[in-house]
Design a protein around this ligand. Structure first.
Ligand code: MG
Length: 171
């Protein structure tokens, strides 16, 4: 049972940081549903949520979250050195390191993850649209991280559906 697991300090912090920045697990579960609904019959939000929860147990994912969000916060406070401050604050298109950090998440789950990430990053449904609006703060890193978590949870879900639904809680 995932709610009885003892979480590491890193995992607890990563989950807290997501929440503090306005991202709930339900929001990411909605993105997974958006990505997988057309491929899986009878897909429920609960299954999506469980897969998001599992992705957040991975150290690589936790590291990406605490690093990216920290940079977003420092940029919001104007505390980065120039030119990084201006680049992150304006979410400059050619910067690309936000995507690299996101790919470190997707990387854990193989090639379906990459495809899903590319797609959702273009479409920007749900919470991604909100994060992309500069009026809601600096989320240069966070939008890519959330997209990558959703893409990873989708490939996890797709892989487990391919084999056996009952394996969904393992690993
Ligand atoms: Mg970005």
């Amino acid at each position: 049972m995932s709610n009885q697991r003892k979480k590491s300090v890193l995992e607890t912090k990563a989950r807290e940081m997501l929440q503090d920045r306005g991202v709930e697990l339900d929001d990411i579960a909605d993105l997974v549903f958006y990505l997988q609904n057309k491929y899986q019959e009878n897909l429920t939000l609960e299954t999506c949520y469980k897969n998001v929860d599992h992705v957040l147990m991975k150290r690589e994912v936790q590291n990406a979250i605490i690093t990216g969000i920290q940079l977003d916060i420092l940029a919001e406070q104007g505390k980065l050195h120039s030119p990084l401050q201006e680049i992150v604050e304006s979410d400059e298109g050619l910067y690309g390191i936000d995507e690299v950090i996101a790919l470190s998440i997707v990387n854990v789950y193989g090639s379906i993850g990459f495809t899903n990430y590319g797609y959702i990053d273009k479409q920007k449904p749900g919470i991604l649209e909100k994060l992309n609006d500069k009026a809601n703060g600096c989320h240069t890193f966070l939008d890519d991280i959330v997209g990558a978590i959703a893409a990873s949870a989708s490939s996890r879900l797709a892989h487990s559906a391919e084999h056996d639904e009952s394996t969904i809680d393992d690993e």
